[in-house]
Structure formats: structure tokens, C-alpha cells
Ligand binder design. Sequence first.
Ligand SMILES: *[C@@H]1O[C@H](CO)[C@@H](O)[C@H](O)[C@H]1NC(C)=O
Ligand SMILES: *[C@@H]1O[C@H](CO)[C@@H](O)[C@H](O)[C@H]1NC(C)=O
Ligand SMILES: *[C@@H]1O[C@H](CO)[C@@H](O)[C@H](O)[C@H]1NC(C)=O
Ligand SMILES: *[C@@H]1O[C@H](CO)[C@@H](O)[C@H](O)[C@H]1NC(C)=O
Ligand SMILES: *[C@@H]1O[C@H](CO)[C@@H](O)[C@H](O)[C@H]1NC(C)=O
Length: 378
Amino acid sequence: MRSSRVRGGGGGGGGGEAAAFLAALLCGLLLLLGAADAQGIRRPSAYKTLRGDAPLVIAQGGFSGVFPDSSQAAFAFALLASAPDTSVWCDVQLTKDGVGICLRDINMANCTNAATAYPAKKKKYVIDGVPKTGHFSLDFTYSEVQNTYLTQGFYSRTDRFDSIYNIFSVTDLQSYIKPPSVWLNVQHDAFYSQHGLNMRRYIVSILKSVSVKYISSPEIGFLKSISKRVRGRTKLVFRFPDNFLSDPSTNQTYSSLSKNLTFIKTIASGIMVPKSYIWPVTNDNYLLPPTPFVQDAHRAGLEIYASDFANDRIIPYNYSYDPLQEYLSFISDGGFSVDGVLTDYPITASEAIGCFANLNESKADHVFLCRETFNYFA
Ligand SMILES: *[C@@H]1O[C@H](CO)[C@@H](O)[C@H](O)[C@H]1NC(C)=O
Ligand SMILES: *[C@@H]1O[C@H](CO)[C@@H](O)[C@H](O)[C@H]1NC(C)=O
Ligand SMILES: *[C@@H]1O[C@H](CO)[C@@H](O)[C@H](O)[C@H]1NC(C)=O
Ligand SMILES: *[C@@H]1O[C@H](CO)[C@@H](O)[C@H](O)[C@H]1NC(C)=O
Ligand SMILES: *[C@@H]1O[C@H](CO)[C@@H](O)[C@H](O)[C@H]1NC(C)=O
């Protein structure tokens, strides 16, 4: 067991500078926020979520809008700067020796320095019907993975924290961060099983040591295979993707599955959809009226989570470049509420839910709610 996951300073120009910047950033935010309120938050009861609870903030790879996705800093900062019950999301990939690691992209070339550390491991695979060239975790043993470092996968975001943080295994996430709620996303079970790796066995092996509250996957076959082992403890969520046409585990199209929510309810307790399933967008980036997808899911007894929120994306012009307005349209202003939002910037989602939702309800004291969320001005 290593005692520290962060490479010591002096490893080339960037390290020390980045650490100092990080310290300053953390310090500033700590002053601003104070500690998160452990008792939870009194919120408007008017949420039209499945059970009337406030929507869940799900931090994709932690606070990945600032730090490299799934780095120790991204996970720690998400818990520091968001609603106290924020769930941390880990995209599980498997190594050659069957260890689950948190990495946003199945192609390590997009989110680590694997291409420079192991140039000879470059390979080509067909994943969900699409040929991809790059570096893939199934060609690395867990100990080889330890010699690579995380990098920021989005060019619009700072690279100051690149090549500082190791890759976390799922159990590292539990032991170093101790999040109140872990969300595991298994995007590519069919691909790993084609190559002789068993995702189900790995997940089952860590359930005792990691408090896994949610498991999501776009593969019905995977959710079915794991459902008996997690019953009661972990919620299963079927994820609708926006990039491929049918579920590789059943060959059913996602479009037909989206009209068969009562069937999905027999396997999962919720679904996750891209934002545009709920608020479609025209080609010239204006919002269309909302679909009845949230109400349909709730009618089928399913929770519904919306994905792809990030402050640095081009959002529909109707929001006037204000990401807060976008969250509000999903949690209160549309007359419905999703049960949670998956975001790279959990602080903004927490603000929308904790401070600004249901502002037209005169009874709720929004300044109080906001203070309770963040201890502003405390
Ligand atoms: C990932 O990397 C590949 C190869 O460098 C590139 O073609 C692809 O666009 C990248 N994908 C993303 C999402 O950045
Ligand atoms: C799905 O279709 C592909 C290609 O036709 C086939 O190889 C595969 O066995 C099918 N999978 C299932 C679960 O039916
Ligand atoms: C829903 O899916 C199930 C399982 O694949 C299938 O048997 C059923 O016919 C589908 N129902 C509709 C209305 O498509
Ligand atoms: C978004 O803005 C466009 C242009 O002003 C408008 O036509 C459209 O109705 C708006 N969409 C919604 C859902 O309000
Ligand atoms: C607040 O606005 C939403 C959406 O416009 C509406 O559904 C809700 O009934 C309003 N609440 C009150 C108390 O007026």
C-alpha cells in the first residue's frame, strides 16, 4: 500500500507550481464555503422527483471540470465543494489482471500519459462497432497502470494538474476518499467479456469493501447478470447513450428500449439519459419544448437521471450561456424534476438545487437554504 497517491514535487517544472496553485485554490474555496453541513439540507418539498426528494448531484469523475477526471484531487474537491450527499461517479475499466480502475475514457490515450509511458502498447480494437486506436487498460497489468498518470481529457480545461495523479482503483476511491455514495458506471462489459475479462466478478468482489449505492450500464445483459448479487443494497440504473444504436448485450435498439420502460423497470430502478432526451435541441442550438420522458419514467416507477452537464460546453442559447438556468429547467422550471444530474462541475448543480430551485415559491427561505448548503457567510 502506498501512503501517498500524489507524485512528490520536483518531477519536472509543472509539479510544484501545480501543487501551489492547488493549495491556493483549495484555501480560497475553503474560506468561501466552510465545511459542508453534515446534517443535510432543508429543501423545498416541491420537487417533482419520483419520491419528492431533492435531486442528487453526481460528480462525474469527481470535479472533473478542474482536475483530471477520476484523480484524487477531483474526487476530494467534489466532496468539498458540493452538496453533502453528492455521489461520486467512477467509470470502471478493467486491467489485464482483472482489477477495476476509474478512467473516464476506455481509450487511455485520451485521459492518461499511457501513450508516452508505453508507446509499444498502442493497439486497435472495435468497441461497440467503432474501430478505435489507442491505449487500452486490458493491455496493462495493474502494476503497469501504476506507472502512468492522469491527464485532462478536455482541451478547454487546464492542463496544470496533468501527470501528477495516479490512476485510482475502485477500492482506492473508497479508502482514500471515503465518499458517502459511490456510483459505478460500467460502459463496456460486452467488450471486456469478449476479451476474457469478467466485470461482474470484479464488482461482486469489491461490494463488501466499497459502499456502492448505484451501478449504471448501457447493457441490459450486465445489469441482469449482477442484479441478484446487489439486490437491496445498490440501485441499478440503465443508461441510454447518445452515440450507438443498439445494446450489444441484447441487440435491442435504444430507441425501442426507450418505449419499453416497464420492461426496464423489471431490471433497474432508474434510467439515465442524455439531456436532449428531455429537452431536445434544434440544429441551430435552440431549445424545443420538453418531451414527456421524465413523466413517462416516473409513471413506470423509474427514477430518471440526466447526463452531460458541464459549465464549459455550448448549451442551448435559450439559457443565455448560464449553466444555472439549464439545471433549473431540469429540476424545477419545466414543471418536472429529474432525480439527479451527472455533471463535471458539481458546485453549480449543488447551487441550483440548494439555493435557486423553486424560487417562485414564496414560502421557502432561499437565502437560508443556500446558507445551509454551503455555509456561505457562516
Ligand atoms: C481520443 O483519442 C483519439 C486518438 O487520439 C481521438 O481520435 C479521439 O477524438 C479522442 N476522443 C476524445 C473524446 O477526446
Ligand atoms: C448481436 O448481433 C451480432 C451481429 O449480428 C451477433 O454477432 C451477436 O451474437 C448478437 N448478440 C446477441 C446477444 O444476440
Ligand atoms: C419489451 O421488451 C421485452 C423484452 O425484450 C419484449 O419481450 C417486449 O415485447 C417489449 N415490449 C414492447 C412493447 O416492445
Ligand atoms: C428557445 O428560444 C427560441 C428563440 O427565441 C424560441 O423560439 C423557443 O421557443 C425557445 N424554446 C423554449 C423551450 O422556450
Ligand atoms: C413555480 O413554477 C413552476 C414552473 O413554472 C410551476 O410548475 C409551479 O407550480 C410554480 N409554483 C408556484 C408555487 O407557483
